[in-house]
Unconditional design. Structure first.
Length: 460
C-alpha cells in the first residue's frame, strides 16, 4: 500500500463515541423507517452521513468565537468575514446567509421564472430542489466520463461543452438566467472541474450574456486537484489557483459548512449591481440584516478564519490523502467504488455492489441500511432514492445515471484507525451482499427532497 500523510494537527479535545448492540441497531432502524436521517446521533458509532458542518474547528477558530460581536448591524466580525471572502473570490458584493441552501433559495427565487433552464455539471439535492421550487428546470450536463464509476479520469466533474452549446441554442439565452458549476461535483463523486473546462464554460456563456455562478462549497479541494492533476499547475500555489478559478465567475453560492471549515454559515458573492440589490431585499425579508444574514457574529468570525485556513496546502494534501486511503482499502478488497476518489468522500458503486437489486428497489439505500446494521456506521444514498423522479411530460420514472453510497469524511475528525474499521465493516457487507434485499417507499411527502423524510421497508 502507498504511503499516506499523517494528520497535520494535534488533537486537543476528544468526544467519546459508543457502540450499541446489534439488536438495538435493528430496533432503531425499524423505528426510523429504515431512513438513517431519523437515527439519533448518539446511536451512531461513526458518522459519515455528510461533511457539511460536521468538521472539527481549529484552536484559532474556537478562539475567534470568543471575539464574537453580537451587535445587530455591522458587527466587527462582519468586516473580517467580508474581507476574507472578497480576497478569496474577487467578487464585489458579499451577502451572508446561514447556510448554502438559503443562498440557493435567495438566488433562484430572484432569477428563475417558470420554465427557465438552469444548467450545471450536476445539481446536488438542495440546488435541484430550490430550482424546481422556484419554477425552474435543472439540467445536468456532466461529461460522459463522469457517468462511468470504474473509469479513471482526472476531471470527471467537467461540463460537456457541446451539450452546453446545444442547450443554449435549443432553449434560448433569454430562458437561461444563470449557468451553475459545482466545484467539486458532489453528485458525481466529489470529482473536480479543470481550469480549462471552467474557462471553456465561461467562454460559451459569455458569448450569450449568461452569468456563470459556482456552487463553491468545496472550492479549495477543487483547486488542490487542479494543482496535482492538471498540466501546467504543479508549481502554482492553491491560493493562485483559487484566484484564477474565481476570476471566471460572475458570482457564487457557498455553504461555509464545507470548505469554510465551520459548523454553520454561507454566503452569496457576485458582481451584478441590480441582482445584488434584489437579493439583499429578499435577504432582509427571510434571513436577517445585510451584515449577518442569519448568523451570529461569532459564526461570521469562525467562517472568516476557516476560509483562510482551508487553503493551507499541508491540510489539503492530508485531506485528499485521507479519502484516498479509505478508497484504496475498499478497492483492494474488491469493493466497487467510483474512481478516482474525490475530495471529500468515497463513493461506493451501489448498482455494481448489488447487481441483483434493480434501481426501482433502491440498491443504495439497502446498502446504507446494511452498513448501519452491520457496524453502526451512518452513510448516505446518492442515487435513485435521492434523484429518481417522474417526468412531467411522459409520466415515466427517470432514474439517475449513478446509484452511489457516499462515505463523507468530516474534516479533521476521524483517524486512520476509524477508517480501517469502516473499510472492514463494508467489506463484510460486500461479502454478504447476496443476502441484501431491495427496498420500497412506504411513506413520503410531496417534497423534492423525499430522501430526508421517506420511510421505507424491504421488498417481499
Amino acid at each position: 500500500m502507498p504511503n499516506y500523510l499523517p494528520e497535520p494537527f494535534r488533537i486537543k479535545v476528544v468526544e467519546p463515541i459508543h457502540m450499541i448492540t446489534l439488536e438495538e441497531r435493528r430496533r432503531i432502524l425499524e423505528k426510523a423507517g429504515y431512513n438513517v436521517f431519523n437515527i439519533p446521533s448518539d446511536k451512531i458509532y461513526i458518522d459519515l452521513l455528510t461533511d457539511s458542518g460536521t468538521g472539527a474547528m481549529s484552536d484559532r477558530q474556537w478562539a475567534g468565537l470568543n471575539l464574537g460581536d453580537e451587535s445587530y448591524a455591522h458587527c466587527r466580525n462582519w468586516f473580517h468575514f467580508e474581507k476574507a471572502i472578497r480576497e478569496l473570490t474577487g467578487l464585489k458584493y458579499i451577502i451572508p446567509t446561514h447556510q448554502g441552501r438559503a443562498a440557493e433559495n435567495l438566488l433562484f427565487s430572484t432569477v428563475a421564472k417558470d420554465g427557465m433552464i438552469i444548467p450545471n455539471n450536476n445539481h446536488f439535492d438542495t440546488t435541484r430542489a430550490n430550482i424546481i421550487a422556484n419554477g425552474g428546470v435543472p439540467l445536468d450536463l456532466v461529461i460522459d466520463e463522469g457517468k462511468d464509476p470504474s473509469l479513471e479520469y482526472p476531471f470527471k466533474g467537467n461540463v460537456n461543452i457541446t451539450k452546453l452549446e446545444n442547450v443554449i441554442k435549443e432553449y434560448g439565452k433569454e430562458n437561461i438566467p444563470v449557468m451553475m458549476l459545482t466545484i467539486t461535483n458532489n453528485s458525481g463523486g466529489g470529482q473536480p472541474v479543470s481550469i480549462k473546462n471552467i474557462k471553456d464554460v465561461k467562454e460559451v456563456v459569455s458569448r450569450y450574456g449568461i452569468p456563470l455562478f459556482f456552487d463553491a462549497c468545496r472550492f479549495a479541494e477543487n483547486a488542490y486537484f487542479i494543482k496535482i492533476r492538471e498540466e501546467g499547475h504543479g508549481n502554482t500555489s492553491v491560493k493562485e489557483i483559487v484566484k484564477e478559478m474565481f476570476s471566471y465567475a460572475d458570482g457564487c453560492t457557498m455553504s461555509a459548512k464545507k470548505d469554510g471549515l465551520a459548523n454553520i454559515g454561507g454566503f452569496i458573492a457576485l458582481n451584478n449591481d441590480s441582482l445584488a440589490e434584489r437579493i439583499k431585499e429578499r435577504l432582509i425579508l427571510i434571513e436577517g440584516f445585510l451584515t449577518y444574514g442569519g448568523m451570529a457574529g461569532r459564526d461570521l468570525e469562525a467562517v472568516a478564519r476557516g476560509l483562510e485556513e482551508v487553503m493551507d496546502e499541508d491540510y489539503l494534501a492530508y485531506r485528499i490523502s485521507q479519502v484516498k486511503f479509505l478508497g484504496d482499502l475498499l478497492e483492494e478488497a474488491g469493493v466497487p467504488i467510483l474512481k478516482p476518489t474525490g475530495g471529500h468522500a468515497v463513493y461506493i458503486d451501489a448498482r455494481k455492489f448489488m447487481e441483483h437489486i434493480p434501481q426501482s428497489q433502491f440498491p443504495g439505500q439497502s446498502l446504507v441500511v446494511s452498513i448501519y446494521l452491520q457496524a453502526g456506521i451512518r452513510t448516505v444514498e446518492i442515487g435513485s432514492l435521492m434523484f429518481a423522479h417522474k417526468d412531467p411530460r411522459s409520466g415515466e420514472i427517470v432514474y439517475p445515471d449513478l446509484d452511489l453510497v457516499r462515505l463523507a469524511l468530516p474534516r479533521r475528525v476521524y483517524t486512520s484507525a476509524h477508517l480501517r474499521y469502516v473499510a472492514d465493516s463494508i467489506i463484510k457487507s460486500y461479502n454478504n451482499r447476496k443476502n441484501l434485499r431491495g427496498m420500497k417507499i412506504v411513506e413520503h411527502g410531496e417534497s423534492n427532497l423525499r430522501h430526508f423524510i421517506a420511510r421505507l421497508y424491504f421488498v417481499d
